[in-house]
Design a binder for this molecule. Structure first.
Ligand SMILES: Cc1ncc(COP(=O)(O)O)c(C=O)c1O
Length: 388
C-alpha cells in the first residue's frame, strides 16, 4: 500500500516544526511542580498581563459569542487606521502577525519559482513558511547579530518577491538604524515587497517612521501585533499595514473569519489603553537594564537588546534551559536557532527578573566562567562578533 508519507506534500516531510516556549502547565505536569511557583520568561510576553480595559471588553463580547465575528473587522481596522492616521483600507487583520507572513506567501510567491531573502538569526517563521510553500529562502549572514542590509539587497534576484526584516529582531533583540533602513527601502527594486516585521516596534526609542512609507504608496508591508506590548498573545491577533492595493490582495488570501470576535473586542480596547502600553514600556526598559547590567557584572556576553528579551551566551543553552526549568524558571534554549551556546530570556516583572538572576549562577556551573560580581561597571562596547 502506498505510504502516507508518499501521499503527503514533499515540503512537509522535512519540516522541523516551530518550537514555542514551554507552557507553565507542561513544566508543572512533567516535573510535579506547583504551577503558581513557576515563572515563564520564554515567549516575550507582557509581564503585566493584558490591559484591564481589554479584559473588560472581552468579557462583554463573550455574551455575543454565538455570532460569527465581523469578518471584515470593521471596528478594529478603523481603530488601527485612526491610531496611525491611515485609512481602513490600509489595514489587514491576522490570526497573530504570524498569519500575515502566511498571507504574504500565498499572495506573492509560487512554489519552485520565487524566492525570499532574509537574514541569519532572523525570526524562524520566515524560512519555515518558505519551506512549507516550496519557496527558496536566501539567508544572508548578519554582522554582530544585526541584519546586513546592503548584503541583503545584493542577494535579491529577479525571482525574489519578499524580503523579510525584523527590527527589533527576535531572538537577537538587535535593530537596524533608521538611516540604514531608509537607504535599504530606497534601493529595493520594485519587484520585491519589503516586509518589515515590527512585532517589537513599540519598545523602540527613536523608532523609524515606517508608516510614512505606507502613506507614500511604497511596496512595504508592516507587520504588527497585539501579542507583545498589548499583552494579548493568547488571543492571536495581529495586523499588516500597507497600501490599499497590497491589502486588497492580502485580504483575498485569508480565511473569512480569521480574526475572532473576542480578539477584535480586546484589541480595540487594548489599543486605546495608552497608559498600559506606557507602563509596559517602562517596566521593560527598567528590567532590561537590570538584567543586562547583571550579565555584564557576571562577565556573560550578551547582545544589547532593543526589545523585551535578551540573548546571552551561557556555554550550553540546552543544559541551562533544563537546569533552570527544574527550578521553575522557563527561559528559551536557542538550539533551534542554531545558537546552542545561548539562551534568550524575556524581561519579566522586577520579582521575576530577580528570581531568574538568583537561579542563574547555579545553572551555569561548569559551563561558563562567571565573574564574582565585584565588577559593577557593565562591559561596554562588547562586540558579539568576538565570539561568533
Ligand atoms: C519577530 C516576530 N514576529 C512575529 C511574531 C509573531 O507574533 P504573533 O503571531 O503572536 O503576532 C513574533 C512572536 O514572537 C516575533 O518575535
Amino acid at each position: 500500500m502506498i505510504s502516507l508519507r508518499d501521499l503527503a506534500n514533499r515540503e512537509l516531510l522535512d519540516l522541523v516544526p516551530y518550537e514555542p516556549g514551554k507552557p507553565v502547565d507542561d513544566v508543572a505536569r512533567e516535573l510535579g511542580l506547583d504551577p503558581s511557583s513557576i515563572i515563564k520568561l520564554a515567549s516575550n510576553e507582557n509581564p503585566l498581563g493584558p490591559s484591564p480595559l481589554a479584559v473588560e471588553a472581552m468579557r462583554k463580547s463573550l455574551e455575543s459569542a454565538h455570532f460569527y465575528p465581523d469578518g471584515g473587522g470593521f471596528h478594529l481596522r478603523t481603530a488601527i487606521a485612526n491610531a496611525f492616521n491611515l485609512g481602513r483600507e490600509n489595514v489587514v487583520l491576522g490570526n497573530g502577525s504570524n498569519e500575515i507572513i502566511e498571507l504574504l506567501f500565498h499572495t506573492f510567491t509560487r512554489p519552485g519559482i520565487h524566492e525570499i531573502v532574509t537574514s541569519r538569526h532572523a525570526f524562524a517563521v520566515y524560512t519555515l513558511m518558505a519551506q512549507l510553500f516550496g519557496v527558496r529562502a536566501i539567508v544572508v549572514d548578519d554582522v554582530d547579530f544585526t541584519p546586513d542590509l546592503p548584503a541583503m539587497l545584493r542577494a535579491v534576484t529577479p525571482q525574489t518577491r519578499l524580503i523579510f526584516l525584523a527590527s527589533p529582531n527576535n531572538p537577537t533583540g538587535t535593530r537596524v538604524t533608521n538611516e540604514a533602513l531608509e537607504t535599504f527601502l530606497r534601493e529595493l527594486p520594485p519587484h520585491v515587497i519589503a516586509v518589515l516585521d515590527e512585532a517589537y516596534y513599540e519598545f523602540l526609542d527613536n523608532p523609524p517612521d515606517t508608516i510614512g512609507h505606507v502613506r507614500n504608496g511604497e511596496r512595504v508591508v508592516l507587520m504588527r501585533t497585539f501579542s507583545k506590548i498589548q499583552g494579548l498573545a493568547g488571543l492571536r491577533i495581529g495586523y499588516g499595514l500597507a497600501t490599499a492595493e497590497i491589502t486588497d490582495l492580502l485580504q483575498r488570501a485569508r480565511q473569512p473569519f480569521n480574526a475572532n470576535a473576542i480578539a477584535q473586542a480586546g484589541a480595540i480596547a487594548g489599543l486605546a489603553d495608552i497608559e498600559h502600553q506606557k507602563k509596559t514600556k517602562a517596566i521593560t526598559d527598567e528590567g532590561r537594564q537590570f538584567i543586562e547590567s547583571a550579565f555584564a557584572r557576571m562577565g556573560l556576553k550578551y547582545v544589547p537588546s532593543s526589545a523585551n528579551f535578551v540573548l546571552v551566551h551561557v556555554g550550553d543553552g540546552g543544559e541551562v534551559f533544563k537546569r533552570l526549568m527544574k527550578k521553575g524558571v522557563i527561559i528559551r534554549s536557542m538550539v533551534s536557532y542554531n545558537l546552542p551556546g545561548y539562551i534568550r530570556v524575556s524581561i519579566g516583572t522586577p520579582e521575576q527578573n530577580a528570581r531568574f538572576l538568583a537561579e542563574l549562577p547555579a545553572a551555569l556551573e561548569g559551563l561558563v566562567e562567571v565573574a564574582n560580581g565585584e565588577r559593577d561597571t557593565p562591559t561596554v562596547g562588547w562586540s558579539p562578533s568576538a565570539i561568533v
